[in-house]
Structure formats: structure tokens, C-alpha cells
Design a protein around this ligand. Structure first.
Ligand code: XMP
Length: 525
């Protein structure tokens, strides 16, 4: 029987459901579960998939709400309690207590930061392998002051009696600390105890199994159909290209559009890499069109709109040449699709396609990476033996250097920025930290911004200069939703600054951007 399921394999495999009550760390819970080689889905708190037999356990996340807030998110626990094991984290723990007849009250002082499990029940399966005084991370304004009658406390800290408790009648556990964060030192052990021992995960979710099953699925799904894919040079579309190439070979046609605002030499280098990987790729130099349409435009939103529109036009023109194409492949990944909730309960991020393909082309969407987190995409790339150059590449915005040049765009400004950025990134790739890792690999994303609307005075040799500053940006992050500025080594910054000022004509000052997101964003425009 030919069935029309895009992801039949995922339906058959075990999964953990993480119900999202709006905590900032919900995605992190998901990533931790995946690190245990177990498939999981993050769903809004009220979207539990009743009747889905592949669910082997449920985790309730934290929340910005107190259980006493009138708007607090409510869930019908009977949908899963008593049917599969349940773990409540923070708000999840308080919610289970509150709805089972326990008591949740305002904490005397907000319980935040490191704490230690002074007393715990080492025989409880959730705490198997825990060491005395294990450090945990607390972050809550409310605290549980009484647990339901059928529950017993299994761990306490100096200030929090009910740091962890368990039901005696149902497979339900609850912790008021956050096992998913790095500062809970045995948090991974706790999640392993829950996911593997308690829920019985077979730990079958791995890069190798993903590659094998996805290639088989793609062959089944696509048959002899022709597929088009827009490559960007980024890790997601590159991994997708290689995966599809392995599955359907020459039936995949890729396009890689140069809008003229990529990094220095990037277009040619990436094109060579793609060809080296055996991809059937058409490189399209459309920079003339983009520069012409951007001439004199200074407003950041306007610049983004023009680039987005031009990109769709150029891509469509290429796609139309492939007259027998049936599918459009996209490198959508899981964080692009997770419906994160904000405090009003509104979904603040939902699936956004590159979009805009004309209807008459009747292309179906193929998105085989849509269940993966970014680090999993990288693992799949490694499994596919792709070069580190492509896999470890920092994310780069679609509009490219246009969002890193203030004001209007000219080829000259792009070239100045490319030269400065090339020095910055090259040094970052060459700099080896004390632990032997490249500085570049410790950073989520780095780039240079040309402050072309600003001039400052300098002196070079005997001459006065009046030129532009550049700002270096480097951030650490896990998903780009939040980011911290990176603490770059001073000797590294000194080297980069010297070389940029000495070698890049048009730049006489180098600044370092020390803003976190929020309130700043990663890109300047
Ligand atoms: P912000 O500046 O919003 O960026 O903190 C978050 C992440 O998204 C990237 N970014 C984009 N990526 N098209 C893209 O494909 C865009 O228009 C775009 N704008 C920002 C940015 O580089 C960072 O990784």
C-alpha cells in the first residue's frame, strides 16, 4: 500500500511529550531529552495528543505564571496521569500539587539560583545515582508548602522542603528545580532516570538512525520526482542538500543565489564545496539586480523587504526553468516550527516558509529536517561526512551584509565590510582556546557591522583620517531567541583591531558590541 505520510517513522517511534507552559527553558528540556537519543515533541500546554500510543511519558514545563494567576495556563491532567509517567518541572510541579489538593504559596523571598539537595531518597528511581548535596538550580517566586495526600517528599534543600516529590498511587514525579539547565549538575542524570528507566525509552533516536530512515522515507515519498532546493550556504540547507542527494541523486536540482551581500569569497567557496559533495547546483549571480533595487534605500525594513522580494523573484525564475519539478525542499528545522507561547498565551512564533512561490507551479513541500534541533542538524551533517567548514558555519542572515551596513548599500561599502569581516572571522577560526577548542566553535554567531552613517577622526602616519568605525559582534546562544555577548580574549581583540585598522581602507576605529538579546537583537538592522 502506498501511504501518504510524510513522517511515518516518527509515528511508530516512542516519544516524550513536553507540554509548554511558557518557560524560557522549555526548548532546553527538549534538547536534553533528544541528547538521551529519545524523540520528543514540544507542544502548547493544551495540545496533548490524546490517544497517541507512541507517547511514553509527559514532561510539564515551567511557566512565567503563578498557579494562582487567573490567566495561568490550565491543563487536564487526567489526559495522561495514570496512563504514562509524568514529570512536572517548576510550575509543572506546583500545578500538579495545586490541582491535587496541595498548597502553593508565595515564597518569602524569590527562590533563585544554586541550592543543594541536603536530604533525598536515594532509593527513588528518579534520583538514582544522585550524590549527597547535589547542586540544583531554582528559579521560582512561589513555593509548595503542602503536597497532595497521596504524595511523598523525595528531596529537600535547606530552604525548599518539597524540592522533589513523587506520587505513591501514580507514576508522577515533580521537581521545583530545573534539571534541564547546566547549573543543575545532575540534571541530565535525573532526566535520564525519568526518560530511560521510568518511561522505558529504547534510545533509538540518533543521527545514524535518522539518516537511514529519512533516506528510505525520501525515496518512498519522492519516487522519481524532481525536487528543487534553494541553498544558502548555511548548515540547514547544506545538510538537506546532501541528504536529498544521497536519497535521489540527480533528481535534485539546487540553486544558490548570490545577492552580492555574502561574506568575502563566500559564493565561490561554498559553490566549490557543494560541487565537491556531488550536488547538482546552479550558481546564480544576481547581485546587479539587488544593488540596483537597493540604491538609495536607507530604511532597514525597506531594505529587508526589497531583498526578500528580489530573492523570491530570482529563485522563482530559476525554479520555473525546471519545468518538471514536483517538490520544493526547505531546510526548516524544529525551532522554526515550535509554537512558543508568550505570557498572554498567544503563539509568538509559528511556521514561516521562505514562501512566495507562484501557485501555478504546484510544488509540494518537502521538509525532512523539520524535527531536528540545530545541534542535531550538525550531527546529521557529521554522519553524512560533510566538511566541518559547512557544518560548523555560524548562522548568517538571509539579507546578508545588508543588515550589517547602516544606511544605503553600495558595492564599495560591502567590500569594506567584507574585508574587515574576513580578518575578524579568519582570526576567530585560527584562535585556539586553552581547552584546545577553536574560538570560532565556542561562538554561536559572529560578524562585523559597518557603521557607515558615522565618521570619526583618527590619525595614520602623519595624516588625519575621517572614516567609519566597524563594530564587532559575537554572541553565545542556543537558538538565537536570546543571546549573550561573548567574552572574547583581549589578545584576540587586539590582533583583530590592529589588522583591520591597518589593512582595511575606509575604517579607522573598531568597537566591540556588548549588548545582550534582549533587549538588543543579534543583527543591527
Ligand atoms: P536577531 O537580529 O533577530 O537575529 O536577533 C536572530 C537570528 O536570525 C538571523 N536573522 C535572519 N535570518 N533572514 C534570516 O534568514 C533574516 O531576515 C534574518 N534576520 C536575522 C540572525 O542572523 C540571527 O541568527
Amino acid at each position: 500500500m502506498k501511504y501518504n505520510l510524510i513522517y511515518p517513522i516518527h509515528f511508530m517511534q516512542q516519544k516524550i511529550i513536553i507540554l509548554d507552559f511558557g518557560s524560557q527553558t522549555t526548548q532546553l528540556i527538549g534538547r536534553r531529552v533528544r541528547e538521551l537519543d529519545t524523540f520528543c515533541e514540544i507542544l502548547p500546554y493544551n495540545k496533548f495528543p490524546v490517544g497517541d500510543e507512541s507517547v511514553i511519558g509527559v514532561i510539564l514545563s515551567g511557566s512565567p505564571y503563578s498557579v494562582h494567576d487567573p490567566e495561568a495556563f490550565q491543563v487536564d491532567l487526567s489526559q495522561f496521569v495514570g496512563k504514562v509517567p509524568v514529570l512536572g518541572i517548576c510550575y509543572g510541579a506546583q500545578y500538579i500539587s495545586h490541582s491535587g489538593g496541595g498548597k502553593v504559596e508565595k515564597a518569602d523571598s524569590r527562590e533563585y539560583g544554586r541550592a543543594h539537595l541536603e536530604e533525598f531518597d536515594a532509593t527513588n528511581p528518579l534520583l538514582k545515582g544522585f550524590e549527597p548535596h547535589s547542586q540544583v538550580w531554582m528559579s521560582h517566586g512561589d513555593t509548595i508548602t503542602a503536597i497532595p495526600a497521596d504524595c511523598k517528599v523525595i528531596a529537600s534543600t535547606a530552604n525548599v522542603k518539597y524540592a522533589a516529590y513523587a506520587s505513591t498511587t501514580n507514576p508522577v514525579w515533580a521537581v521545583q528545580f530545573h534539571p534541564e539547565v547546566f547549573h543543575s549538575l545532575q540534571g541530565t542524570q535525573l532526566l535520564r532516570n525519568f526518560v530511560v528507566d521510568i518511561c522505558g525509552s529504547r534510545q533509538e533516536w540518533s543521527a545514524a538512525s535518522f539518516v537511514d530512515t529519512t533516506i528510505a522515507e525520501l525515496r518512498e515519498q519522492l519516487g522519481d520526482d524532481r525536487v528543487i532546493l534553494g541553498l544558502s550556504g548555511g548548515v540547514d540547507s547544506s545538510v538537506l542538500g546532501v541528504l536529498l542527494n544521497k536519497a535521489i541523486g540527480k533528481n535534485l536540482t539546487c540553486t544558490f543565489v548570490d545577492h552580492g551581500m555574502l561574506r568575502k569569497n563566500e559564493f565561490q567557496q561554498v559553490l566549490n564545496d557543494y560541487e565537491g559533495l556531488g550536488l547538482n547546483v546552479i550558481g546564480v549571480d544576481a547581485s546587479e539586480k539587488f544593488f540596483a533595487d537597493l540604491e538609495g534605500v536607507t530604511d532597514p525594513e525597506q531594505k529587508r523587504k526589497i531583498i526578500g522580494r528580489d530573492f523570491v523573484e530570482v529563485f522563482n525564475a530559476e525554479a520555473k526553468k525546471i519545468t518538471d519539478a514536483k517538490w520544493l525542499a526547505q531546510g526548516t528545522i524544529y525551532p522554526d516550527r515550535i509554537e512558543s507561547l508568550n505570557i498572554t498565551g498567544k503563539v509568538i512564533k509559528s511556521h514561516h516558509n521562505v514562501g512566495g512561490l507562484p501557485e501555478e507551479m504546484h510544488l509540494s513541500l518537502c521538509e525532512p529536517l523539520k524535527w531536528l534541533f540545530k545541534d542535531e542538524v550538525r550531527r546529521v551533517g557529521r554522519q553524512l561526512e560533510m566538511p566541518d567548514r559547512l557544518i560548523k558555519r555560524h548562522p548568517f542572515p538571509g539579507p546578508g551584509l545588508a543588515v550589517r551596513i547602516l544606511g544605503d548599500m553600495t558595492r564599495e561599502k560591502v567590500q569594506i565590510l567584507q574585508d574587515a569581516d574576513d580578518i575578524y572571522i579568519r582570526h576567530m577560526q585560527e584562535y585556539i582556546c586553552e581547552d584546545g577548542e577553536r574560538l570560532y566553535d565556542k561562538i554561536w554567531q559572529a560578524g562585523t557591522v559597518l557603521l557607515s552613517t558615522v565618521r570619526s577622526v583618527g590619525v595614520m602616519g602623519d595624516e588625519r583620517t575621517y572614516e567609519h568605525p566597524v563594530a564587532l559582534r559575537a554572541v553565545t546562544s542556543t537558538d538565537a531567541m536570546t543571546a549573550d555577548w561573548a567574552h572574547l580574549p583581549y589578545d584576540f581583540m587586539a590582533k583583530v583591531s590592529n589588522e583591520i585598522i591597518n589593512k582595511v581602507k575606509g575604517v579607522n576605529r573598531v568597537c566591540y558590541d556588548i549588548s545582550s538579546k534582549p533587549p538588543a537583537t543579534i543583527e543591527w538592522e
